[in-house]
Design a protein around this ligand. Sequence first.
Ligand code: GUN
Length: 303
Amino acid sequence: MTVDNIIDGKAFAAGLRRKVAAEVVRLKKDHDITPGLSVVLVGNDPASAVYVRNKGEQTKEAGMVSSEHRLAADTPEADILDLVNKMNDDPSVNGILVQLPLPHQIDENKVLAAINPNKDVDGFHVTNVGRLWTGSDALVPCTPLGCILMLKDRLGDLSGKSAVVIGRSNIVGKPMAALLIAESCTVTIAHSRTVNLADLCRDADIVIAAVGRPEMVKGEWIKPGATVIDVGINRVEAPERGLKEDGSPKTKLVGDVQFTDAAGKAGAITPVPGGVGPMTIACLLRNTLVAACRQNGIAPPPI
Ligand code: GUN
């Protein structure tokens, strides 16, 4: 393993945030527009609260306007739909993000469908899914967008490369496949029921692991020199780190890829943490900038 085969997602994300911030300054100077992102958080999920806080802080650091709507866990669906409609009609709101998961009484699909697709900075609305797959101007889901930006930065032209995407979620696997096809890769979408996963990986120039199973992708499956993007974030027990105060083992984060073994074979690989994770919010800021430009008839900057 050489250190320069490790893709530093933290540094890459910081660079993207700087580029977004510079474009925000320019948008203000040239057009007197400051992009605004509104985030809706329903309930008390601690992980969601951390995400939302980080999103708010980074939005402000990029020079954009951040607003947060924190609603009680028992908020009726109709109230959330009303709020979304108000934000759809508010020209100072360029991006709308409803943090998932939502409490059980709320139909997630109904809420996502209510968001104006041009403000849907998550890229989850079916209109944006359709735009992505048909090659028109979509807002692209943030995590796969971060992956493709890192891949292109590392490899340049992806044309003709064989890629295996492990995972078929609407949020990562499927949009990732669409983005790779758009870059003229030959794409296989694998998932938990795929029978010959090891062989598929052995043939792949690019492996994207987004299946949510700790260290499922083995180092020996990686073709020498391949690029490995690990989207997984799994918390596992780490008894080697000792015990917590309550006597239970300490924990650590691992990806979907057996990192040390895979890093010994890969040409480039993202670590967990510090790989794909930091790119997600950076891409959210990028999407908010793009949305603000398009809503005002301005061509978005090529970042
Ligand atoms: N929950 C976890 N990640 C995300 C995300 O990227 N977008 C939304 N809306 N909810 C999430």
